[in-house]
Design a protein around this ligand. Structure first.
Ligand SMILES: *Cc1c(COP(=O)(O)O)cnc(C)c1O
Length: 404
């Protein structure tokens, strides 16, 4: 028997990433876009918790132009694993990072003069002409140069021989809500810049403004490329945005029943005794808790077992939650329960969990902890099932190393 640490049995709680659904979502999004509009797949924060390398590989096959990322480490991980597509770092860079970016062909946004000069020097030293994007803040007040101060900066970039202006971009504060007035104001500010650039005969290959919400609901702002994140993963950015039929969630969270208890009337459940049985109850213990990223709720929410809703009882613990299976008599030890996702005709959506958490779907997707291993299903042609071994002490899932 192989008792090597690579081979111990997987924990009976995990996230399941359906790469077949991811592929389908990419195809539907690609098919919805006009041919001339490029698709940037946003894979920051481990592809919203789905595993950036697995997602990147599928997205390359489905014709994504490149990837949007947030940190240098995220980008280096993809480069090290052999992803050669453009990688655009969306946030702001420290000067010390610029050398790495230039050396590994990571594209950065330069939004202030100091970084323009520093990057130009580094590029010249490397004998490269480095493509850059400029992020223009048109009202979001986050990263980027103000729209009414952008022109001199862009002219400086164009004047640097070792840099090439590949992209100009902006980001909407409000794109997935019914109210589009502010988005349209932001776009008008962005267009002022584009017009000024045209007048100066400064050409830009990639003008981009849209996240998922903009892609869905602001087609007049698509320009040359859209930056799609959450929709790739099958979650619509809001309830009111346009829907593309067939897009489905890629991530599920599952656990197996690890204990069953019988309660007599008057008996209590969990820390703080927040639930008291009014009648005889049968409950299942699922080995997943707030230490895995499930919201710290009491007597709220449910899990799916045998395609039926089993309500949560009491307060959830770090490593366990308790559900009522009195009405699911067929439920047995080690049966599979769905914490987030679909089972039979029932579904617990990412939005349902977001409500329990008083937060947004983005936060739910990225909050599942790495001790829930990622199991990728419908992976590639072979349709194999793999379990990504996660090293909880490191930011890098082992699947990434194993595949590199
Ligand atoms: C995260 C991000 C996106 C993707 O947003 P979604 O709403 O997930 O599609 C696009 N652009 C920028 C600048 C981002 O930071």
């Amino acid at each position: 028997m192989n008792l090597n640490s690579e081979h111990f049995p997987p924990r009976p709680a995990w996230t399941e990433i359906d790469l077949g659904k991811l592929r389908r979502n990419l195809q539907l999004i690609r098919g919805d876009l006009p041919k001339h509009v490029q698709l940037m797949a946003v894979v920051k924060d481990e592809a919203y918790g789905h595993g950036a390398l697995d997602v990147a590989r599928v997205a390359v096959e489905e014709g994504a132009w490149g990837f949007g990322l947030s940190t240098l480490e995220e980008a280096m991980t993809l480069r090290d694993a052999g992803i050669t597509a453009p990688l655009l770092l969306l946030g702001e860079r420290q000067e010390a990072e610029l050398e790495w970016c230039a050396a590994h062909d990571l594209t950065v946004c330069v939004n202030e003069i100091h970084n323009v000069r520093a990057l130009a020097k580094i590029a010249a030293k490397l004998g490269k002409q480095v493509p850059v994007h400029v992020k223009i803040h048109t009202g979001m007040s986050r990263y980027g140069v103000r729209w009414d101060e952008a022109l001199p900066l862009i002219e400086q970039i164009v004047a640097e021989k070792s840099l090439s202006l590949e992209g100009v971009m902006t980001h909407f504060s409000q794109s997935d809500e019914t109210e589009k007035t502010f988005a349209n104001l932001q776009f008008a500010r962005f267009q002022e810049i584009l017009t000024a650039l045209e007048q100066r005969k400064i050409s830009v290959k990639l003008r981009h403004t849209c996240n998922s919400g903009g892609f869905l609901d602001l087609p007049h702002t698509h320009l040359d490329m859209v930056r799609v994140g959450i929709l790739l993963y099958g979650v619509f950015p809001s309830l009111v945005c346009r829907k593309i039929p067939g897009i489905e969630p890629v991530m599920s969270v599952k656990a197996k029943i690890a204990a069953i208890q019988k309660l007599k009337p008057g008996e209590v459940v969990g820390y703080g005794m927040r639930y008291t049985a009014a009648s005889e109850r049968r409950i299942a213990i699922l080995p997943i808790g707030y230490g895995d990223g499930f919201p710290r709720v009491r007597n709220e929410g449910c899990a799916l077992i045998h395609g039926r809703r089993a309500p949560l009882l009491g307060g959830i613990a770090m490593d366990a939650l308790m559900v009522d299976i009195t009405d699911i008599p067929q439920a047995q030890m080690w049966d599979e329960a769905v914490i987030m996702g679909r089972q039979g005709n029932e579904e617990i959506t990412v939005r349902d969990i977001a409500k329990l958490k008083n937060s947004v779907t983005y936060d739910v997707l990225t909050s599942w902890r790495l001790r829930l291993r990622r199991k990728s299903v419908n992976h590639t042609k072979q349709d194999e099932t793999r379990i990504s071994r996660i090293d909880t002490n490191s930011a890098k899932p082992e699947s990434i190393r194993a595949n590199s």
